[in-house]
Design a protein around this ligand. Structure first.
Ligand SMILES: C[S@@+](CC[C@H](N)C(=O)[O-])C[C@H]1O[C@@H](n2cnc3c(N)ncnc32)[C@H](O)[C@@H]1O
Length: 257
């Protein structure tokens, strides 16, 4: 009989996948995973854990459930319009160095690439996610109609081509984006960035994990660099003294550290 079967399960998942669920808010995560466990007919976390060791498909299903990959192009369009305006004001000292952290299926870094193309701005966009399967979809660059709800007719014509089952992102938009697997809670961060887009990821994390990431983002950005977060996310309850709010859900890195 275990004292906390969820925490034992969490340890098991870490050994199998490298994902540390202790850093995600427990109530929501436990509820999501218990629901999946029940749907697959396992009476408890111990038997579910044993099955995950034997069954790669079951394990991938669990990773998909942990990572929640909902996204769309230009999610919260008025925020992207504000970002485009700010990118225009950045001093042109070489390509824009940007990071889309937790990019899911790639809608976010491709949206950024479109903004840069419209501004005639050369861009080097590093797009990362914890989930390799999500990145494979992102590299494929094909999306269903519902991912394009916020894409105007003009942008569809210029930056997408219709294909069976949806829309393919044009090659010149894709060229500016490099996809790579990266765990924000374990892997090193880049330096000297103008922009970090990290949206709808921090909400799933504990304050301690969020704090670690915000510190890393602060080091990764140049002074004056921007951090664009999701429209339910604010840097509250943690130490974010290196950041100043400049617009809703848009922070600027201050200081020289
Ligand atoms: C809800 S999606 C957000 C997608 C996109 N940023 C947006 O706002 O539309 C959250 C993404 O964060 C990724 N993620 C979760 N934990 C992560 C971690 N520790 N490191 C990197 N990515 C992570 C998930 O795999 C998922 O693709």
């Amino acid at each position: 009989m275990t004292l906390d079967s969820y925490l034992e399960f969490v340890d098991h998942v870490r050994r199998l996948t490298g994902i540390d669920l202790r850093q995600y808010k427990r109530p929501q995560m436990e509820r999501r995973l218990a629901h999946l466990r029940d749907r697959r007919g396992f009476p408890d976390f111990a038997s579910y854990a044993a099955a995950l060791s034997r069954d790669a498909k079951l394990l991938q299903e669990l990773v998909d459930r942990i990572t929640i990959q909902v996204s769309e192009f230009f999610r919260n369009p008025e925020r992207w319009a504000d970002l485009q305006h700010r990118l225009q004001a950045l001093p042109p000292d070489g390509p824009l160095r940007a990071w889309s952290a937790g990019c899911a299926h790639g809608e976010e870094p491709y949206s950024l690439s479109i903004l840069c193309a419209e501004l005639g701005l050369e861009a080097d966009i590093w797009a990362t996610d914890l989930d390799g399967d999500a990145l494979n979809i992102a590299m494929g660059g094909v999306y269903p109609e519902r991912a394009l709800v916020n894409v105007s007719q003009g942008r569809r014509v210029r930056y997408f081509e219709p294909v069976s089952g949806g829309w393919r992102v044009a090659p010149h938009v894709r060229r500016a984006v490099r996809f790579e697997r990266h765990n924000l809670l374990a892997d090193p961060y880049p330096r000297d960035l103008h922009l970090i887009v990290c949206r709808n990821l921090l909400i799933y994390l504990t304050d301690a994990a969020k704090q670690k990431i915000i510190l890393g983002f602060s080091r990764a950005l140049r002074p004056g660099g921007l951090l664009f977060v999701g429209s339910t996310e604010q840097l509250v309850g943690i130490d974010a003294r290196d950041f100043r709010l400049v617009a809703p859900f848009m922070y600027e890195k201050t200081g020289a550290s």
